[in-house]
Design a binder for this molecule. Sequence first.
Ligand SMILES: Cc1ncc(COP(=O)(O)O)c(C=O)c1O
Length: 485
Amino acid sequence: MRRKFATACIEGHASKRAAAAGIGPKNQAILWRPKWRIAQRPAILTRNLPPKKPAQAPNPLKKPRKNAIDCPKNCRPGRRPKRERTMSLFSRRSDFDHQQNQLSQKITEMRRSGQIWADLSVSNPTRVGLSYPEPMLTALSTKDDLRYNPAPFGSIEARKAVAESLSRPATGKKPARAVDWRRIVLSASTSEAYSWLFKLLSDGGNCGDDVMAPSPSYPLFEHLARLEGLSLRSYRLAYDDAWYVDSGTLIPGPKTRAILAVSPNNPTGHYLHANDFAHLEALGLPIICDEVFAPYALEGAEDEDRIESLLDLNPKCLCFVLGGLSKQVGLPQMKLGWTVVCGPDDLVEEALARLELIADTYLSVSTPVQLALPRFLKEGDVVRKEIAERCARNLAVLKENLQQTAASVRRTEGGWTAVIELPRIQSEDQWISQLLDLGILVQPGWLYDFEREAFAVVSLLIEPDLFARAVAELKTLITRKVAEI
Ligand SMILES: Cc1ncc(COP(=O)(O)O)c(C=O)c1O
């Protein structure tokens, strides 16, 4: 990512929360070192030690040891400095930069003092005034919750419920598709599914493997890959009245293990089209396609070549199609995601056999949520409909307001976010900061790795009246700033 994101504007992820809370610089850990390691050791550690030799004066004739490291004064010659030794207790993959930039500091302060009245960065459906039907709540209390029947991929009933739900295409125009429940793997979230798939496809451990991911896209990819010891290699999503995969940038390296795709993408809303998929498939690598936002189609639903789901295809390569309760029915707190494995039968079988061991090692999906799943998926239709209508309505309001300004809204085929291209009369951070001064929080394009400025990403999940008021303020700001030049 161009600038390390330490903003407080994405919710729900601990590292970002740590940044938001102002957790200090990388070497903070050294301050937490227990006192006894520096001063007095507990008796149990010293009891059987031989008596200490009296300190000797250094022998000036003795040569320093070969490869001795230059040490600060608190360190014996030839040894690594103490600080480095403490740091090496921790892995490189967990060494994320927690430092906040100026903008994120401002966001944190304004959040704390309650000055943000319109948070257009909210992607948490449980915080935007949606109504959840009563039966969804009661689904969680049955006597069977107290019985534990571990199953690596989840219970058969739960997997059948997912298969049934996926067999109904989102637009309702297409015929029902056949989804085999035996190829469905439940996990505690799509994020966890990524980590299992990375374990399946790569030896990780910083052995030089990478995965290809679209750019701009979901910022968490950087963390998900790195935590499995993988690095990210990007391919470009380009825009020419609509987003598309820039096939010239789809260049895997010798150690590329998989291609990631998000359809529709977060934040561009771009669905994979037949052409895009043909380019990805031609690489012959496994494809991990995140379809969490697939039920939320917006513009261009009539496009013939748009791929609603990879489940409608017969891919020639191994594919993993991801989804989950967090977006499907607006229940991120229930922690349940799924992976459908598809592609050539022999590869699917091998993948499932290996995944079974990975899933069995963690057994992470709770029994109550599996039991409640059929009800969540059925009753959740209402929630999904409300979210879809809200996103469509907010997108229309945004486009209508900004069409008479120097800003524009990029074509949004689906999902929960819209991308605004702001006039390049000032920097992206200046726009974001001025909106903040008005009490409106939007996400900067750099958070998603847009290749140039100035973009703002807004959530379409927001309660419509609030959204409309914020958009009216945005319109006024743009008009005023353009008039000033
Ligand atoms: C593209 C994408 N995939 C997955 C997720 C998270 O899904 P889960 O809650 O199942 O981990 C998000 C969350 O915003 C997302 O944007």
